[in-house]
Design a protein around this ligand. Sequence first.
Ligand code: PEP
Length: 249
Amino acid sequence: MRTPVMAGNWKMFKTARQAAETIRSLVEAVKGVQGVEVVICPPFTALSAAVDAAKGSLVAIGAQDCYWEKEGAFTGEVAVPMIADLGCGHCIVGHSERRQFFGETDATVDKKVEAVLAHGLTCIACVGETLQEREASQTFAVLERQVRNGLTRHLSSPRLIIAYEPVWAIGTGKTATPAQAQEAHAFIRQVAAQASSAAAAQAVRILYGGSVKPDNVAQLMAQPDVDGGLVGGASLDAVSFAKIVRFRG
Ligand code: PEP
């Protein structure tokens, strides 16, 4: 039905040379794997080296962010056609670190997702509540707002992937329990059905992110609405990420 996706977000780690070395090791470690899409998102400066190192393998390369205009006077920004030109097939949008530190909003997420999809790339769009929001019983309200305001126009695209990343679980070693992940994923799918269509909601892949590790991935993947992982720390090491890709054992 929904092919699982395991995506690595390398954040601001690894030079071009380090990225190429890790990708080469990962390519070897995931050889023969079937039925899982594998994506690595290095920093912009390592994208080209990563694409070269992954050539001919099942590892796809993506960017961690983009700007929505296709070119122009936007110092420091990177446009989607530039990312596509390097041979990247994916782009993450709306990661909580972009929302928290760089002023990303649901409105900018909407524009960026539109740009990514318009240029033929697959978009991994992130949503998720903070600890404060969860403790204030706002989780569902936050997820509904983020999905409706940022993603409604894009839900019927087969190239949209949603990542549910509870902010309190990112880089903290605290993973949502499989039941918490399933509850949030099912809710996101229900909002997607209301905002778009039942068919779109059934088709969209929803990844879980937040301290996914080789030893917790199988339990998370056993949940019916968990279609993969967006993995930070554990994706930096080829051996550990390969174990996550091989979650079926
Ligand atoms: C992330 O970067 O999106 C993430 C989930 O990080 P970690 O796996 O380290 O919690």
